[in-house]
Design a protein around this ligand. Structure first.
Ligand code: ARG
Length: 574
């Protein structure tokens, strides 16, 4: 049980006994060390409910609080905050229990849920770009955390593999490069992207091309054999390119693209019609939304079938939502895309809810993120002005990391340098993304993310290596049957931080903000460094040395776990 859970349990009983109320207590980590370690904020709210003074309520809670084995006697501050300071003996006991636990004392979720994480989701025939990079990195981290907590996670790649773009592309290729539609791998993905651009241009400019493209979509949707084969070849090719990037990032995904839901689209429209939610607007079938208005104050429509009979992105998402709830039996569905799609998801969720397809027991969440900016503060582009191709970007990070390790360690074996460069380079890109509050735009800077200084992956990886080095230098093996005894202030600060890991992971599983975990790990290394500055380890006397080595070990394991949940493996040497 985490410290927080333990405290909550004690407060719950105190409130039940003292006030005859059943609540889920609000306990938070104290904002400043002078307020102790934890704080209960319930007295104010409860006082309002009971019509009494907050400090009296706080007093009642404290009188009934059985906490002598965990904390020093609680104090009541300000309007009625109850402050707690953990006892050193408790900290020692707790440290020992996480030390002896494979999961570092982090409990499994009870009950575990079935959770869909819809992330990455690039589009076929278009290159993956930095926006998809963010989705891939953030989504993977969220999935890893939920999996670690014991949830059953479905990592779904909602690839854009259907729709009008294929009509254009097939029509254009038929004329410009027909081989590409009958044989595999005659086009590099870069070419495919160029062909797509050309096709789009023709589509926008040429009426008769547009018509042929439209017919090609009809063929494809009708399952016509050559159109189908062409489509499959194009998907196959993109898929292989995407996979290279997933391999580099070590990200696992199950592809279930938009085309998967194609058979379920007509029913979405029929069912909406049967429910009386459907209206016609300029030939299109749509649901008028609540709370979304145009400039004139008229409700906006969510179109689910265009006037030409075609379905769109929203129809597919409605079908996907139904499938995930009814067939996948999801309890929670998480969508990771840029914040530009916030309205889209809010609208889809609204329509699904009004249709009765989205019951209250299913939690749906859009996890939005900001743009990736260049160091000039503008949207991130390569020199040619193109959206940066992701693979090049990742390789550049690895190359830069290689140059660095090579300059510091020229004589190390090549395979070692390559391994370090890959972990550091990819880790730096991931960490730079995850450590930002995802709502904000973030500035992509190789120099910053690869720096050994500051809140970066190299800094944390290095902290881990350094701790492992201490362990290796120790001549006597650590005796795990001995108790842990810490007492120095910097040991206690570090230990308390170690005990918070479970709370932080829990919080990220709830609010889906990976930057919290990054911040936690960064502070952990800082607190470790202070401890290391102030307390001799290998030179200390037996009992102290033992406890300090145990602290080193728990810190290293916490770093390894935390980085692992961010999708970053550790190195033993670098
Ligand atoms: N393919 C879309 C894009 O590139 C993202 C899909 C997100 N998932 C979803 N269920 N709509 O913008």
């Amino acid at each position: 049980m985490s410290v927080l859970q333990e405290l909550k349990g004690r407060f719950r009983s105190a409130i039940r006994q003292g006030l005859q109320l059943e609540i889920d207590p609000q306990i938070t980590a104290a904002k400043e060390p002078k307020f102790g370690d934890y704080q209960c904020n319930d007295a104010m709210g409860l006082a309002k409910k009971l019509g009494s003074k907050p400090r009296d309520v706080a007093q009642k809670i404290v009188e009934n609080l059985d906490i002598a084995d965990i904390a020093e006697p609680p104090t009541i501050e300000g309007p009625g905050f109850i402050n707690l300071r953990l006892q050193v003996a408790y900290i020692n006991r707790k440290l020992e229990s996480i030390w002896h636990d494979d999961r570092l004392g982090i409990p499994l979720a009870d009950p575990p849920q079935r959770i869909v994480v819809d992330f990455s989701s690039p589009n076929i025939a278009k290159e993956m770009h930095v926006g998809h990079l963010r989705s891939t990195i953030i989504g993977d981290c969220i999935a890893r955390i939920l999996e670690f907590l014991g949830h059953e996670v479905l990592r779904l790649n909602h690839v854009g593999d259907w729709g009008t773009q294929f009509g254009m592309l097939i029509t254009h290729l038929k004329e410009a490069f027909p081989q590409a539609l009958v044989a595999a791998d005659v086009l590099a993905l870069g070419d495919l992207v160029n062909f797509y651009r050309e096709a789009k241009k023709r589509f926008d400019e040429d009426e008769s091309f547009r018509e042929r493209a439209r017919l090609a979509v009809v063929d494809l949707q009708a399952g016509e054999a050559t159109a189908r084969q062409a489509w499959q070849l194009l998907c196959e090719q993109s898929r292989r390119e995407f996979q290279k990037i997933y391999d580099l990032l070590d990200v696992r995904l199950q592809e279930r693209g938009e085309s998967f839901y194609n058979p379920f689209l007509p029913a979405v429209v029929e069912d909406l019609a049967a429910l009386g939610l459907l209206q016609e607007d300029a030939g299109a079938k749509c649901v008028f939304l609540e709370g979304f208005q145009n400039k004139e104050g008229q409700p906006l429509p969510l179109i689910v079938q265009k006037s030409d009979g075609g379905y769109n992105y929203a129809t597919t998402d409605l079908a996907a939502l139904r499938y995930r709830i009814n067939v996948d039996k999801a309890d929670r569905i998480i969508y990771v895309t840029d914040s530009g799609q916030a309205d889209h998801f809010a609208q889809v969720f609204q329509v699904a809810r009004r249709a009765g397809w989205l019951p209250d027991r299913v939690q749906v969440e859009h996890v939005p993120f900001g743009l990736v900016l260049g160091e000039d503060g503008k949207k991130f582009k390569t020199r040619s002005g193109d959206t940066v191709a992701l693979k090049e970007l990742l390789h550049e990070a690895i190359e830069r990391a290689f140059a660095d390790i090579d300059s510091r360690n020229p004589d190390a074996p090549l395979s070692f340098k390559q391994e370090v460069a890959k972990v550091v380079g990819i880790g730096a890109v991931k960490y730079a993304d995850l450590s930002q509050n995802r709502h904000s735009n973030y500035v992509f800077s190789f120099d910053k993310m690869l720096s050994l200084q500051g809140n970066t992956a190299p800094y944390l990886l290095y902290a881990y290596v350094r701790i492992q080095g201490i362990g290796r230098k120790s001549t006597k093996p650590i005796d795990r049957s001995l108790p842990i005894h810490i007492s120095h202030p910097s040991e206690i600060v570090l230990a308390k931080h170690l005990l918070q890991c479970a709370e932080v992971i829990d919080a990220v599983a709830t609010d889906l903000m990976p930057n919290r975990l990054c911040q936690y790990l960064f502070e952990l290394s800082q607190k470790f460094n202070q401890f290391y500055d102030q307390c001799p380890i290998l030179q200390a006397e037996d009992g102290e040395r033992h406890s300090r080595l145990a602290l080193c070990e728990i810190t290293a394991r916490t770093l390894r776990l935390g980085l692992g949940l961010l999708g970053i493996p550790v190195l033993e040497r670098m």
